[in-house]
Design a protein around this ligand. Structure first.
Ligand SMILES: Nc1ncnc2c1ncn2[C@@H]1O[C@H](COP(=O)(O)OP(=O)(O)OP(=O)(O)O)[C@@H](O)[C@H]1O
Ligand SMILES: [Mg+2]
Length: 463
């Protein structure tokens, strides 16, 4: 039910509007002055404010500015007497959505309020779509695969989709399609008309991620100039996808655990608990059990998240799908780059199936994209493939001397030493930037930090 706040100093107008709007099925709140209005906006989930510009002593314009500071996204419709049409125009400049003149007819109120709320909901959808990152046309698209391994994943998705709020943990190497799996579960579930909110836990430092997740009240901290609804709250009724959960700071893990246990959240600086009904799907490409041993991931949170585990196998373990996926990407990129490549030669397919695909489906997709950009003709030939695919044998640690002296070695210490040297090399090459070094080593940032600590290697302080 949408909530409307009526701000007018005349009791008669307030009552009149309340009656009209309650009849339409809205929930109404009334305030006769600024402080009261500001407090209501702060405490309640208000969708729309009807604001009288002429509030006796107070200026409606000032109040508009104040309300917009508390919640920049709230819709405000100005009510104005004939004499103040000019200030109504000022109000529009300050972000009011529309204005209506007194005396008004009930019909005009019905219409303007309905249109305003529809606009509001369209804007919300748009924000969600933007957050989904419209740049990748395949994301949110269909998942391809028919191998026994991926069919098992599909079955797991269908099964868990039936369990309305079961928590899912998706694990698998980078590029295997974990995000597509999360979206598929949402799409197959009864929540599919509700929001799907994606949060990347690795992309923000602790305090930003916290307010992003939980939201905050105005003034909760120095930069909290306005109230903000957090993503967990915005996802209410739907699915919240916590990507790269293994990178979440330990302090925030405690708070997330509480959300899972109590199904309530509290905004930063807030006093009220808000009930939330969400399905949480998290995903990670790191080994959480190891992270628990390294004391960078909480065991209790792990158990809460891992109610329904789904493991997406690496591409090299479902090679049957490679030709199918290749064909799928070929059709897509032919369209995008206006090419007409039909298929791949037998030899090419053999090479593709033989390759170990460390970057999984994402890597295959990139390879096909590059070929579609660079080549014409009908068929993909081996020479069109990037060198790593036909130059097979891959060394694991190319720069290390893997001689095994007759006297034998102290295996564990040699391995530790190799690890230490690689980390030092990565830190030197990135001038001590932990995030960049972690990327170079293909290692989770938290793990690298832990290892830097363990080997007492210096690093630049970073986020
Ligand atoms: N089965 C599939 N069918 C079609 N496209 C796929 C499939 N699996 C993955 N992709 C595509 O491969 C790319 C990587 O997938 P996705 O982002 O879901 O991987 P991920 O496991 O979340 O990776 P990361 O751990 O790096 O975030 C995307 O472009 C996605 O659309
Ligand atoms: Mg992902």
């Amino acid at each position: 039910m949408e909530r409307i706040l009526i701000v007018d100093d005349e009791a008669f107008i307030r009552e009149n509007l309340e009656r009209i709007l309650t009849d339409d099925g809205y929930r109404t709140y009334s305030a006769k002055a600024g402080d009261e209005a500001a407090a209501l906006l702060q405490e309640e989930e208000i969708d729309l404010v009807l604001l009288d510009l002429n509030l006796g002593q107070e200026s409606g314009i000032d109040l508009l500015e104040r309300l917009k500071k508390i919640d920049p996204k709230v819709l405000v419709i100005i009510i104005t007497g004939y004499a103040t049409v000019e200030s109504a125009v000022d109000a529009l400049k300050l972000g009011a959505y529309d204005y209506i003149k007194k005396p008004f007819k009930a019909d005009a109120i019905h219409l303007i309020v309905r249109l305003a709320l529809e606009t509001q909901s369209l804007r919300r959808d748009l924000r969600r779509l933007k957050r989904r990152g419209g740049s990748d046309p395949l994301t949110g698209g269909e998942m391809i695969g028919a191998s026994a391994e991926i069919s098992e994943v599909f079955n797991r998705c269908r099964e868990v989709a039936q369990h309305d709020s079961a928590t899912v943990l998706i694990t698998g190497e980078s590029g295997t399609g974990k995000e597509l799996v999360a979206r598929a579960i949402h799409a197959l579930s009864a929540r599919n008309k509700q929001p799907f909110i994606e949060i990347n836990c690795a992309s923000l430092p602790y305090n930003l991620l916290e307010s992003e997740l939980f939201g905050h009240e105005q003034g909760a901290f120095t930069d909290a100039k306005t109230k903000k609804i957090g993503l967990l709250e915005e996802g209410n009724g739907g699915t919240v996808f916590l990507d790269e959960i293994g990178e979440m700071e330990i302090n925030l893990q405690v708070k997330l655990l509480r959300v899972l246990e109590e199904r309530k959240i509290r905004r930063l600086g807030g006093v009220r608990n808000i009930d939330i009904d969400i399905r949480i799907i998290s995903s990670t490409n790191r080994d959480l059990k190891q992270a628990i041993q390294e004391k960078i991931f909480r065991q209790d949170l792990y158990y809460r998240l891992n109610v329904f585990p789904i493991t997406v196998p690496p591409l090299r373990e479902r090679k049957d799908d490679i030709p199918r996926l290749m064909q799928h990407f070929l059709v897509h990129f032919n369209g995008e780059f206006n090419k007409k490549i039909q298929d791949a030669s037998k030899e090419t397919l053999e090479l593709l199936c033989h390759y170990h695909w460390p970057g999984n489906v994402r890597e295959l997709r990139n390879v096909v994209e590059r070929i579609c950009i660079m080549h014409r003709g009908n068929t993909i030939l081996p020479e069109h493939l990037p060198q790593e695919i036909w130059g097979q044998d891959h060394e694991i640690a190319p720069s290390f001397n893997l001689d095994l002296p007759p006297s034998g070695i102290d295996f564990d210490n040699v391995i530790l030493d190799i690890e230490r040297q690689l980390i030092i090399k990565a830190m030197e090459r990135t001038a001590g930037n932990v995030a960049k070094a972690a990327r170079l080593l293909n290692m989770a940032r938290g793990t690298l930090r832990y290892k830097l600590d363990k080997y007492a290697i210096d690093s630049e302080p970073s986020l």
